[in-house]
Design a protein around this ligand. Structure first.
Ligand SMILES: Cc1cc2nc3c(=O)[nH]c(=O)nc-3n(C[C@H](O)[C@H](O)[C@H](O)COP(=O)(O)OP(=O)(O)OC[C@H]3O[C@@H](n4cnc5c(N)ncnc54)[C@H](O)[C@@H]3O)c2cc1C
Length: 433
């Protein structure tokens, strides 16, 4: 592998999170012939669904193509937000006031659910309410953000206040923005430790997690389903598809409805406590107003900067994305010009055509997916609700239930339009159009 001078001597092309939360040893649990519930995918969605059904006494098997948590759930930025990609005003226009309010309210429920779950289950994953600074990349974006927070529903607004450019250094040690918004309720956590804690709870409840076991097909068999897997068949009464941005040929219907997009992250080598105090004085998680967003934060031990975003038109290798992310990071924090990269990785988020998550049942198979890069709380919450739906409980009802899960003509799951679309948005970000 070609080594960039920007890479530290111990550089790894894998998630920084795996240092404290390595992928669990896998391939050890045998595939049973039958189960009550088969869950496909062992990320937050799948494991929260499995936890519900296992705790209710259903024989539950989670099938994972790779190691447990191989997808986004051990790769993300660890930034926990409230809300969705569309603003409340956009949801109102699209869905009407009543449904928009209910959907909006449910994003608070999802956030609260995650915090309560971590506390109740005593999962040691550096959960902290650090707040978010969302930087305006242009002066016009600052005005737009101010209008957006003005338009928050009066009854249940997401807490937010504007920060001018002059005040900005109290939030972040950078002059790269034209001010921004602070969302004090937003939180951070260690995604790998959260995933391992959740996995342990699901297994303790009796769920069996069968790894290196890709599901190749789901076939109906009378009242039940037969799952054809790399390790043989499994017959199950209920099936949950929780494959999100890793949805492959297994389910063409779902594949046509999610757009897998690579998101790239680097970790720096330790930068020292004094510099960290200058760059991240309040430990905020950070994002910006670009359509092609950059997001970053301090590592939970406040030793490193973890910097993520999309720096390629076509998917690429983490060794290629790393120097490009470093260049963007240097523009935000010039002090890091000489700081090397210790880790670089990629994960595939699932976007949808309406930028909303989707939960439901298709051909008798349950699913939840499409969190559009904000799945820490939403995947946890939707997974939990899917588990309740499998149990036939009214509690499983959500405001998201009846949103039409749309596809587009000619889309089969291979996002051929991604390069031009990202280019288009990068140009708009650059010129503010
Ligand atoms: C780089 C990156 C940064 C992100 N940052 C944030 C953030 O800061 N905040 C936030 O809220 N969200 C963030 N996200 C999104 C968040 O991580 C996801 O929304 C969430 O983890 C989705 O969980 P999931 O369980 O639905 O999917 P995943 O965790 O992706 O799990 C899906 C699993 O399904 C398995 N699978 C697929 N097909 C099959 C098959 N046929 N058979 C068996 N198994 C199969 C995959 O191997 C995978 O393990 C980020 C994502 C990435 C990639």
């Amino acid at each position: 592998m070609a080594q960039s001078p920007l890479f530290s001597a111990d550089f790894k092309a894998e998630p920084y999170w795996w240092e404290d939360a390595p992928p669990p040893a896998d391939g050890e649990t045998a595939l049973p012939a039958r189960a009550d519930v088969a869950v496909i995918g062992s990320g937050y969605t799948g494991l929260h669904a499995a936890l519900q059904t296992a705790r209710a006494g259903r024989d539950t098997v989670v099938l994972e193509a790779e190691a447990a948590g191989h997808g986004c759930s051990s790769r993300n930025g660890g930034q926990v937000s409230i809300g969705y990609r569309p603003t409340h005003a956009e949801l109102r226009r699209e869905l009407g006031r009543e449904l928009a309010d209910r959907i909006h309210g449910e994003s608070f429920d999802a956030f609260d659910y995650l915090g309560d779950f971590i506390g109740r289950e005593e999962i040691d994953c550096a959960w902290r309410r650090v707040g978010r600074f969302h930087g305006a990349h242009r002066a016009s974006a600052y005005e737009a953000l101010a209008r957006e927070i003005e338009n928050e529903p009066r009854e249940r607004p997401v807490e937010a206040h504007m920060v001018t450019r002059a005040e900005q250094r109290e939030e972040i040690g950078s002059d790269a923005y034209h001010g921004g918004v602070v969302y004090p309720q937003h939180a951070s956590l260690h995604p790998g430790l959260y995933h391992l804690g959740l996995l342990a709870r699901a297994e303790a409840a009796g769920a069996r997690v069968v790894t290196r076991c890709r599901v190749e097909a789901v076939e109906r068999d009378g009242e039940a389903f037969v799952l054809r897997t790399a390790r043989g068949p499994l017959r199950a009464r209920d099936v949950v598809v929780a494959t999100n941005g890793y949805t492959g040929p297994l389910s063409p219907w779902h594949r046509r409805r999610v757009i897998p997009i690579g998101s790239y992250v680097i970790a720096t080598e330790p930068i020292g406590a004094n510099l960290m105090q200058v760059l991240c004085p309040k430990d905020r998680v950070v994002s910006d107003s670009r359509k092609v967003v950059f997001y970053y934060r301090a590592s939970p031990d406040r030793q490193r900067i973890l910097f993520g975003g999309r720096v390629a038109l076509k998917e690429t290798d983490p060794t290629v994305s790393a120097p490009r992310l470093h260049a963007v990071m240097r523009r935000v924090f010039p002090e890091l010009a000489g700081t090397r990269i210790s880790h670089s990785w990629v994960g595939f988020v699932a976007y949808t055509f309406d930028s909303m998550p989707h939960i439901g049942v298709h051909d008798g198979v349950h699913y939840a997916m499409g969190y559009c890069g904000s799945g820490l709380s939403l995947a946890s919450y939707c997974g939990m609700r899917v588990g309740q739906k499998v149990l036939g409980s009214k509690e499983g009802d959500t405001a998201l239930d009846n949103l039409p899960f749309k596809t587009r003509p000619l889309y089969r799951g291979d996002p051929w339009f991604l390069g031009p679309a990202i280019l288009y948005y990068k140009v708009r970000d650059r010129f503010g159009i």
